[in-house]
Design a protein around this ligand. Structure first.
Ligand code: MEV
Length: 439
């Protein structure tokens, strides 16, 4: 079947849907019905969502849950989480409650520096380029003033610009490497606009530079773009308490629990296969809050995993120790976030999520997100090193299986009762429901 289409973006929404439905579906009417079922009845709201991206045909729901009882630096938060995976919100809530009676979470923003680069090719004497850069540097600041004045008023702006010689990596390759402070905005547009202006200044000034030969004047700018690797935009989240205080119903022997927990973290520190899954658990918490607060989870994911490899081998983002009978568990992650601009002022549920968090600054949001990641990691390791993950997970998953089977209220009740004392498995639930239906 040839499904190529010309001029698709020019079609109306209705025409796009009709084309999709008649091209791909045996029952176009049913497909159109489903697509439209997810439209919002509030036309204005739907239009807003339609215009976030291109070629929108419908909305794709992801649940928005909340995890209460997060005590962070002495203040209580209910954290909004947008995530489709069952048991993540429950795990976060459980970890939050557990630590709320053990001193809560502490979080500190270590640095908030963002990075952008102009990548360019220069064929010539590098010492002349260095001289040119030293003489021109001030212009990169003064000739971007129109772009930076508002940001400067908010306490941000361009922090520094350096010339980087990368010819050991690629012949003729140099960079303008710039650092920025973008306060409460994620800053992508601000940084990229500044970088494109730097590129123009670079080309213009090189053309006019008397010491350059004709070839040296001909700087080729390859691209100007921010970096999502932000190792100097870092937040730390931690919990700690006396080992004996770790005790509770499911932790009868806190010393043994603490030791096994630390061992589990050490395994993730030294073994990449485990480290990836360990960090995935952290990102369950991080991404859910990132998404709920309208931030860019792809940017955060890319940056966080690069950071996890900063020593040359992919490793755990979190660490744990027992020292002087005190258990400590912490993580440090790079997070370039915004609480103003972008989707934060457009998406009604993002606004709601931010208001639920009492309209945090970007730095406060960094702390909240890092804590959500640490809580998630704690909950996962606690299950893994005690009951095993499937116990809680499958209980939560039970609901999804029952939805798939379109179970009635009565069937649900019988299933819940039965699986209180039986191991939950997909096939086990299916055959139990079938057995009820056949009696
Ligand atoms: C599942 O989404 C996340 C875990 O695999 C994390 C971990 O293994 O630490 C449970």
């Amino acid at each position: 079947m040839n499904t190529a289409v010309a001029g698709f973006s020019k079609l109306s929404k209705e025409e796009k849907i009709n084309w999709i439905a008649t091209t791909y579906f045996s029952s176009p009417t049913k497909a159109i019905e489903l697509i439209k079922k997810y439209w919002n009845s509030d036309e204005k709201l739907q239009k807003l969502h339609d215009e976030f991206i291109e070629n929108t045909i419908s909305n794709f729901y992801i649940p928005l849950g909340v995890a209460p009882n997060f005590l962070i630096n002495g203040k209580n938060y209910t954290i909004p989480m947008a995530i489709e995976e069952s048991s993540v919100v429950a795990a976060a809530s459980k970890a939050a409650k557990y630590w709320s009676t053990r001193g809560g979470f502490k979080a500190t923003v270590i640095k908030t520096e963002k990075i952008g680069q102009v990548h360019f090719m220069y064929k010539g004497d590098s010492s002349k380029l260095e001289l040119f850069f030293a003489e021109t540097k001030a212009k990169f600041f003064s000739e971007t003033h129109d772009l930076t004045k508002n940001m400067q008023q908010r306490g941000g702006g361009i922090l520094d610009i350096t010339l980087e010689d990368k010819t050991n990596l690629l012949p003729n390759y140099f960079q303008l490497h710039a650092t920025f402070e973008t306060k409460d905005s994620m800053g992508a547009n601000f940084i990229n606009s500044c970088l494109e202006q730097f590129a123009n200044i670079l080309k213009k000034e090189a053309q006019a530079y008397k010491l350059f030969t004709e070839e040296e004047k001909d700087i080729e700018v390859v691209m100007s773009i921010l970096s999502n690797y932000v190792p100097n935009c870092i937040v730390r989240a931690e919990v700690s308490c006396p080992v004996a205080d770790l005790s509770e119903k499911h932790i009868p022997n806190p010393e043994a629990f603490a030791e096994r927990f630390v061992r589990a973290v050490q395994i993730a520190e030294v073994e990449p296969y485990r480290a990836v899954t360990h960090n995935k658990g952290i990102m369950n918490g991080v991404d859910a809050v990132i998404l709920a607060t309208g931030n860019d989870f792809r940017a955060v994911e890319a940056g966080v995993h690069a950071y996890a490899s900063k020593e040359g081998q992919y490793s755990s983002l979190s660490h744990a120790k027992i020292e002087n009978e005190i258990f400590s568990f912490w993580l440090e992650i790079p997070l370039a976030l915004g609480t103003v601009g972008g989707l934060t002022s457009l998406h009604p549920l993002v606004k709601l999520s931010l208001e639920m968090l009492e309209n945090p600054s970007a730095a406060e949001l960094m702390k909240i997100v890092a804590v959500a990641g640490l809580a998630q990691n704690f909950a996962a390791l606690r299950s893994l090193t005690t009951t095993g993950i499937q116990d809680g997970h499958m209980k939560m998953h039970l609901n999804n299986i029952l939805n798939q089977l379109e179970a009635t209220e009565e069937e649900r009740h019988l299933v819940q009762k039965h699986f209180k004392n039986h191991v939950v498995s997909h096939s086990g639930v299916v055959s139990f429901v079938e057995s009820i239906r056949n009696t």
